[in-house]
Design a protein around this ligand. Structure first.
Ligand SMILES: Cc1ncc(COP(=O)(O)OP(=O)(O)O)c(N)n1
Ligand SMILES: Cc1ncsc1CCOP(=O)(O)O
Ligand SMILES: [Mg+2]
Length: 528
């Protein structure tokens, strides 16, 4: 089900925060555990419910006492919440022993049909150094793995869970593979403890059946990290509860951790808790995504079949690309150029290069004659051969197209993205623009991703546009152009709004009018 702006309907879009559970221990010092989880959930737009598994007498310098809540007490909390406040995501933190783990696994088995994503933070040690988890078997969490979407060990936990020495990127990969073999669907191996592998950096390795990737960023020089693991896992649960896909949620929580660590201060004599800084807004708090084939990615076995470009792509001659029709024939290109369109795309699908070569060449010549920005979709070799203004490519093309050749030839590059993670991937290439979509449902193209909606568009525009021109695409027509333009986006790409218009000139004028009458953000100030 979708709402009128195209985004999936979640409790949050109906005006209610999504419900997120934390099943964890109480930290009397307020920096970690249940206390950190509830603060994080609230800070990121969730409603936190707690299932307390144990109480700790804990401060920033010591764990003096750990006392388990009875298994019966834990199960009672689960049952009571399930009856009235069912969760959109669950975070698991400190579990005091095998009996609790077994009981929780049984409870999950009995409720498997309705279980939302479960995030398991395999807590073993507090940042004060105190042992929190009395279990010692490396397979202690395995009974939970069938119900868990992602497990989030830090370096010490990864070593303890696998019995491996984590002394190289290859060892990180091997340890994650071992966890997969034992039933873990996805592993986020957090890089906070891997200073010995990447001095001065924090490199997280994520692996699942669908995706293997890295998140890289500078290590934040602070000792105030109390509750960082709890915060990450509860942030991940809260962002997933809002319907973001895993890789987008990982990007957001990494930025949230960055900001929290940057703002962390001491409250007691030991490590202070993370600051609560709200939904991350700026690209410089987000991690970079090292692309396959980069030196860092290769260390983790992420190779690429093509070379990465060494330079940013040529910049567009304007910072805002305006109304941007996407059409499927040279005849349409000719017609739109005659109507004064200055940014457009030739998007011919599924033909051989031989079949489209002449049309692409003619469109490029026409584009130059009209001093227009004509982007060629997909056929990047022909675009280079005939000297196009630019090329538009999709995410999958990033793995196969010779991006270095496109950059060397001086062509502009536009890249499609469908969420935070892909924005970070695209940004790593310093393209000429980044397309954000699809904003609303569209019959024009079968989309594997969900419509992003206007709220997310606003977040993406604020993130991207200080660095690179942005383009919104998907399901945008005259009636929606004003709302889209209100996001501040500098360009709107359309197919049907132009190609199915009764009067193309009128449609173009109306789109332009909607765009011009909306308040805009400051113009793009490219930072390269
Ligand atoms: C401006 C703009 N944005 C996105 C797309 C989609 O491109 P891609 O992901 O390569 O998919 P196809 O268009 O090839 O189906 C686009 N063409 N233009
Ligand atoms: C090519 C493409 N890429 C993302 S949505 C889309 C189609 C947009 O078409 P329309 O403007 O008709 O919804
Ligand atoms: Mg394409």
């Amino acid at each position: 089900m979708t709402q009128s702006d195209g985004a999936a309907v979640s409790p949050q879009t109906l005006g209610k925060p999504p419900i997120v559970w934390t099943i964890a221990g109480s930290d009397s010092g307020g920096g970690a555990g249940i206390q950190a989880d509830l603060l994080t959930m609230r800070d990121l737009g969730g409603h936190g419910c707690s299932v307390i598994t144990c109480i700790t007498a804990q401060s920033s310098v010591a764990v003096d006492h750990v006392e388990a809540v009875s298994v019966k007490g834990m199960l009672a909390q689960l049952d009571t919440l399930w009856a009235d406040l069912p969760p959109q995501a669950i975070k698991i933190g400190l579990l005091p022993g095998p009996a609790h783990i077994e009981a929780l696994a049984d409870w999950f088995a009995a409720h498997q049909a309705g279980l939302p994503p479960v995030i398991l933070d395999p807590v073993l040690v507090a940042s004060s150094g105190g042992m929190l988890n009395v279990c010692e078997a490396s397979d202690q969490f395995d009974a939970l793995l069938p119900y868990v979407e992602v497990i989030t060990p830090n370096g010490d936990e990864l070593a303890a869970l696998t019995g491996m020495v984590i002394d190289s990127p290859a060892a990180v990969v091997a340890a994650c593979q071992q966890l997969h073999q034992r039933g873990a669907r996805a592993v986020l191996a957090k890089g906070g403890h891997f200073d010995h592998l990447h001095p001065g950096r924090c490199v997280d390795y994520f692996s699942s059946a669908a995706l293997t990737t890295l998140f890289d960023g500078p290590r934040i020089a602070t000792q105030h990290t109390h509750g960082s693991g709890c915060t990450l896992a509860s942030a991940l649960a809260t962002v997933l509860a809002q319907g973001y896909v895993m890789e987008d949620a990982l990007a957001v929580v990494r930025a949230y951790l960055h900001n929290g660590l940057m703002g962390a201060v001491a409250l007691g004599a030991g490590p202070g808790p993370l600051a609560r800084t709200g939904w991350p807004q700026r690209l410089d708090s987000f991690p970079t995504v090292p692309l396959p084939g980069s030196e860092l990615a290769r260390a983790y076995g992420l190779e690429a079949s093509v070379q990465l470009p060494q330079q940013p792509f040529a910049r567009c001659d304007v910072s805002a690309l305006g109304i941007y029709p996407v059409v499927d024939s040279v005849e349409w290109v000719e017609r739109l150029l005659a109507l004064g369109v200055k940014t457009l795309q030739l998007r011919i699908k599924d033909k051989s290069p031989e079949a489209v070569s002449a049309d692409i060449q003619r469109a490029i010549v026409l584009g130059h004659q009209h001093q227009a920005r004509l982007f060629i979709n997909d056929y990047w070799q022909l675009a280079i051969e005939h000297g196009a203004y630019g090329v538009h490519l999709g995410q999958e093309d990033m793995e196969t197209a010779d991006l270095a050749a496109i950059e060397r030839a001086g062509l502009r590059l536009g890249l499609s993205t469908h969420g935070y993670y892909e924005i970070l991937r695209a940004h790593a290439l310093k393209p000429s623009y980044i397309a954000l979509g699809h904003i609303f449902p569209t019959p024009t193209k079968e989309m594997p991703s969900a419509p992003q909606g206007l709220a997310r568009l606003g977040r993406y525009v604020a993130l991207v546009q200080p660095h690179c021109p942005a383009v919104a695409i998907g399901g945008i027509d005259v009636s929606r152009a004003y709302q889209v333009a209100q996001s501040g986006v500098g360009s709107i790409a359309v197919v049907r709004a132009v190609t199915q218009a009764d009067d193309v000139a009128v449609a173009l004028a109306q789109l332009q009018q909607a765009f011009e009458s909306a308040p805009t953000l400051e113009s793009v100030d490219a930072e390269r």
